[in-house]
Design a protein around this ligand. Structure first.
Ligand code: ZN
Length: 310
């Protein structure tokens, strides 16, 4: 019988962070500016620890290195995905991520970063930055050098439950008042294009204009998200995205439902409600992995869940 791997999140204090990871999720947070909960991560900058069972106290990266059978003997140097909850009390900088190819050459062999956002909460009239209005690289360079940020950047309204895929090369920023579940490649490479001319301890945070211009895709193209929805007796499973790097689904459960874990691993985050998985209590804010070969599992309760696999 394979064990479910429950994870202890790692928290990050950020100048733009707030306290909703405590007030909404009940986590013990390190400061009133806690911006990120790294909920399922084996990244060296925030490696989660297993909370239960045979592997209690071990890190996820340790399991990846020493018990690859838990992940279906997948190849690769690092556990490929990273799941975060982000609480933006203030605007994040306008940024862009490289793809694998660019990161490999310019960032010491790191992975690039494709990420996606599921909006958990936002202010009334909430907004987000995705994309830009430059038709080609020359116009992009011109608009950046002339600081025509408002003209360059695309801002769009958001609502709770919205979902966005952020491909490498996409200009993007989370804006104040937004709580997001982010599923991404396990990478921490960000190029900051514009930081609203803010000061951090009296100094502007560094920008990475040249690398940003290198990687920004021109013109911007939106990615289509939200695929088919499977209706089962007690749950509805909606495919939010299926991409080269991950598939992300939303599960809305009300009752008892048997499902199949047939992937090399399945990341699961409970975002609303409470219930049980195979008789184990689970609730909002829990994150766990169903390992390879886990097979059939039974969910019970009223919950909203986001799952991801490769
Ligand atoms: Zn990003």
């Amino acid at each position: 019988m394979k064990e479910i791997l429950f994870l202890e999140p790692v928290f990050k204090t950020m100048i733009w962070g707030g306290n909703k990871l405590s007030s909404q999720f009940g986590y013990e947070i390190p400061s009133q500016n806690t911006g990120e909960c790294w909920a399922i991560s084996a990244h060296k900058n925030g490696d989660c620890t297993i909370k239960n069972g045979n592997f209690q106290g071990k890190t996820l990266s340790y399991l990846w290195d020493n018990h690859r059978e838990l992940f279906g003997d997948l190849e690769g140097e690092v556990f490929p995905l990273l799941v975060k909850i982000i609480d933006a009390k203030a605007d994040l900088s306008i940024q862009v991520h490289p793809d694998d190819e660019y990161a490999k050459i310019h960032e010491n062999g790191s992975l690039g970063k494709t990420e996606c956002w599921y909006i958990l909460d936002c202010d009334k009239d909430g907004e987000i930055v995705i994309g830009h209005n430059a038709k080609d690289k020359d116009e992009l360079k011109e608009m950046i050098s002339q600081k025509r940020w408002n003209e360059l950047i695309r801002v769009r309204p958001i609502q709770k439950g919205d979902f966005f895929q952020i491909e490498p090369g996409t200009v993007h920023a989370i804006k104040a008042g937004t709580v997001i579940l982010e599923t991404q490649q396990s990478s921490d490479i960000t190029y900051r294009l514009y930081d609203y001319d803010r000061l951090d301890k009296g100094k502007p945070r560094p920008l990475h204009i040249d690398k940003s211009i290198d990687v920004i895709r021109c013109p911007h193209k939106d990615v289509r998200v939200r695929g088919k929805t499977d209706k089962n007796e007690a749950c509805e499973i909606e495919e939010l995205i299926q991409s080269k790097f991950y598939t992300v689904n939303r599960i809305k459960l009300d009752g008892v439902q048997k499902l199949e874990q047939k992937y090399s691993f399945l990341n699961v985050s409970v975002l609303e409600g409470e219930g049980e998985i195979d008789g184990i209590r689970i609730k909002k804010g829990d994150h766990f992995i169903l390992p390879a070969g886990y097979g059939t599992y039974q969910l019970q309760g009223t919950m909203e869940i986001i799952s991801s696999h490769i």
